[in-house]
Design a protein around this ligand. Structure first.
Ligand SMILES: [Zn+2]
Ligand SMILES: [Zn+2]
Length: 248
């Protein structure tokens, strides 16, 4: 498996998704994913779980059958100040925070406002990955977000579902974003954005776009659990001792 880490997926806790934690772990074993991040929608989204869902992720095992499980969230960028719907005790419960635009929470604005909101979210220091920045419904200044991402050590996501089932028309933006991240010296995070376990680890279109742009592999967070975990440790100042066996 070229990329044994998948950083974006939804469980039945977001009711427009259809798989459980156990389904994802079983599928991970089958396809060779060694580390996965469960990233259900932040509580401001229409069918997201209550915030207790996130706080109580502490009861999850860290490793099941050798597969590492990161406690994540796909938070919503709420306003032009870049605030997100992950705060207070939720911050302590999550290992990894993705944030992005979703229409029910923050409807698309003009390009300057979308760009300002996204950069403010990155500058807040709370966010590790920006989800689907190539969504054509939210035009952004691509060189500006790529430079901000490199500056604030935030990865921009290349979301495989943006080429298949979601956000039609994303491809030209995604290609331009990958090229801009390369130029800015930033990092990419691959996400299947699975809503069923069957697409876990499917990065087919991400790989095609990265090849077209000749994106440097050493800047793809998903290349190994060690690379992703060292990025998170650098960002959060914390390490997760149970994952030691994934790194060795
Ligand atoms: Zn999303
Ligand atoms: Zn998602």
């Amino acid at each position: 498996m070229q990329y044994p880490v998948d950083l974006h997926m939804h469980t039945v806790a977001s009711t427009h998704a259809y798989s459980t934690l156990r389904d994802y772990v079983l599928q991970a074993r089958q396809v060779g994913i060694k580390l996965l991040a469960i990233t259900d929608h932040g509580p401001d989204m229409a069918d997201a779980p209550h915030y207790w869902h996130f706080v109580n992720m502490r009861v999850w095992p860290r490793l099941v059958d050798g597969v590492g499980i990161l406690r994540g969230i796909e938070a919503n960028i709420k306003n032009i100040s870049g605030e997100i719907d992950c705060s207070g005790p939720m911050m302590d419960a999550v290992d990894i925070i993705i944030a992005g635009f979703h229409e029910p929470v923050l409807p698309p604005q003009d390009k300057a406002s979308n760009t300002a909101a996204m950069i403010a979210a990155m500058a807040s220091g709370k966010v590790h990955i920006i989800s689907h920045p190539g969504n054509p419904k939210y035009p952004v200044d691509i060189p500006a977000i790529a430079e901000a991402a490199a500056q604030y050590e935030v990865a921009l996501e290349l979301n495989n579902s943006s080429f298949t089932t979601s956000r039609v028309g994303s491809e030209p933006n995604c290609r331009a974003i990958v090229a801009a991240v390369k130029q800015a010296g930033g990092r990419l995070a691959l996400g299947s954005d699975s809503h069923t376990a069957f697409t876990l680890g499917n990065f087919e279109h991400c790989i095609r776009i990265m090849n077209e742009v000749d994106f440097p592999q050493e800047r793809v967070l998903n290349a190994s659990p060690a690379r992703l975990l060292s990025f998170l440790a650098q960002r959060t100042g914390k390490t997760i001792p149970e994952f030691a066996e994934l790194i060795s």
